[in-house]
Design a protein around this ligand. Structure first.
Ligand SMILES: [Zn+2]
Length: 524
């Protein structure tokens, strides 16, 4: 199979997402008073309503509707004041009602959008924006300095309920194949579940991953779900089809399931795009089918082939009256909107004179955003001056550390905001070099000590004394007369070589600013 970059040269991928989020932070289920609790003893949170016993009458959970309206307002949706609940035929043991209560053509939230900022390596997958000038738009994208923004439409967010959980006994890895029997746990049945459907506006796996990431940030800031992709409280399915670059007609799409992490979402879509390209290039045909991403085998497998559109026999639920929302109620919900990730980025950018890129990456995770803010609070009057170096530390070093230590929470590490700020000050005040700062950063995390103590113990003080540095510079220049001549002949890029040599001689303890200044003077 060809690589994704090559495939995307010839083919345009058209991707849409369906994202389910359980409203895990609520106390009770969608249509009954049963408690919501992950990991409770099986079948301890059930009642006649969520088991679908005859005569049981559902009552909508108002807090759940407030949550979905919050989600809609935060994603630029129109809130529909009149909507209804429907029954969708669903015959499977994990839903003993034999239907799922969901919404029909009109959902609580319709016609929204999110704007994605795609930069750095992530922007490379979208090859058709490379030749746009900064600020220029084409289709749903606008070129920005280090990438582009993409306007992604949201068709709707509707309210429904989750099914129970099946446990298959005797098969491999809990799979149904080879199982001797299955057990059902109805604790999850009736959990308030939102489903967001995007327009097919996404074009690369990176855009899909960023959309999911941005939505997760928004839901977390709203506090409506714990958004755990691992435990399945946030799940994503993808629809993907290909068409030749320049074509406008849509190709046949496949639906992809089981992409339960950001990496799986990206890799599953990337694989499926390459697979479809291979089939089409060999003269084959894509079938409308549901496929399962297998991350260990790194491929997608057919689950079921769809010959016609599914017919769920959707009809209005006779037990639930149409739901009417008033303007006043919607305004009350709007007043509860917290600061959203984009707003936080804009605030960071203006309050601390940070670039849009820095602000965007600081707010990528709540933990890093909070950490940065805590550092700025401690910095007091120096906040404006220290914002950029603190942002660099958080975006580069802290993020790299967290990526390398999966499952570690920032506030559980020995790196406190006070220590981070102290480390940054040691660098900006020229006590240690930026190279030494990397060593101190690692030592703070390894040894749980203050940066000043580490610098003291290791005798790491930076040498800024011009006399000492000058002596080393003279020796380096004397040892490289040919390079000095080349520099003076115009190859000024050699300055890096001289700085490196001086640094090496001084075992990394020379102040690079002083070295650069003195070198420029001596060579000039
Ligand atoms: Zn119940």
């Amino acid at each position: 199979m060809r690589k994704l970059e090559e495939v995307l040269e010839d083919w345009e991928a058209v991707i849409g997402l369906e994202i389910h989020a359980e409203l895990t932070t609520l106390d009770t289920k969608m249509f009954c008073g049963c408690k919501l609790e992950f990991g409770a003893e099986p079948n301890t949170h059930t009642c006649p309503v969520c088991l679908g016993l005859p005569g049981a009458l559902p009552v909508p959970n108002k807090a759940a509707i407030e949550s979905i309206v919050l989600a809609g307002l935060a994603t630029n949706c129109d809130i529909e004041k009149h909507s209804m609940f429907y029954r969708k035929t669903y015959m499977y043991p994990d839903m003993s009602k034999n239907y799922q209560t969901t919404q029909g053509p009109v959902a609580f939230c319709m016609r929204g959008h999110l704007d994605l900022e795609v930069d750095g390596a992530a922007a490379k997958e979208r090859i058709d924006v490379a030749n746009l000038a900064a600020g220029e738009s084409r289709g749903n994208v606008t070129r920005i300095e280090d990438g582009y923004t993409a306007h992604v439409g949201i068709t709707r967010i509707h309210m429904e309920e989750d099914a129970g959980k099946m446990v298959h006994i005797g098969g491999g890895e809990g799979r149904i194949a080879g199982a001797t029997h299955s057990l059902v746990d109805y604790n999850r049945a009736g959990t308030p579940l939102t489903e967001l459907v995007t327009e097919p506006d996404l074009r690369t796996p990176e855009e899909a991953r960023l959309f999911m990431q941005k939505l997760r940030q928004i839901y977390l800031s709203l506090g409506i779900s714990d958004c755990s992709m691992e435990e399945g409280s946030m799940r994503c399915d993808g629809n993907v089809s290909l068409r030749r670059r320049g074509d406008t007609k849509l190709g046949v799409k496949t639906e992809l399931k089981n992409m339960n992490s950001f990496k799986n979402l990206h890799d599953g879509l990337a694989y499926e795009i390459c697979r479809q390209a291979e089939v089409l290039e060999e003269g084959g045909q894509i079938f409308q089918e549901t496929r399962h991403w297998d991350p260990s085998a790194k491929r997608t497998i057919v689950m079921r082939v769809k010959e016609t559109a599914d017919d769920y026999r959707l009809f209005p639920d006779p037990d639930l009256a149409p739901y009417d929302l008033t303007d006043e109620w919607i305004d009350n919900v709007r007043a509860k909107l917290p600061e959203l990730p984009d707003q936080k980025a804009a605030r960071f950018s203006s309050a601390f004179s940070l670039s849009a890129y820095d602000a965007r990456h600081l707010i990528e995770h709540r933990a890093t955003a909070n950490f940065f803010e805590a550092c700025m609070e401690l910095a007091g009057d120096d906040a404006a001056k220290l914002a950029k170096p603190v942002a660099n530390l958080v975006i580069n070093d802290v993020t790299a550390y967290l990526n390398a230590h999966e499952g570690v929470e920032l506030d559980e590490t020995p790196l406190t905001p006070a220590r981070a700020l102290a480390l940054v000050k040691l660098t900006t005040e020229d006590v240690i070099s930026s190279k030494q700062a990397k060593e101190v950063f690692a030592a703070v995390l390894d040894e749980d000590k203050d940066p000043a103590a580490i610098v003291e113990e290791r005798g790491m003080k930076q040498v800024s004394d011009t006399g000492a540095i000058e002596a080393v510079i003279d020796a380096v220049l004397a040892a490289n007369p040919d390079k000095v001549a080349q520099y003076q002949g115009g190859k000024t890029g050699l300055i890096g070589f001289f700085v490196g040599q001086v640094m090496k001689e001084m075992r990394g303890q020379g102040n690079p600013k002083v070295i650069n200044e003195l070198l420029a003077k001596k060579l000039g």
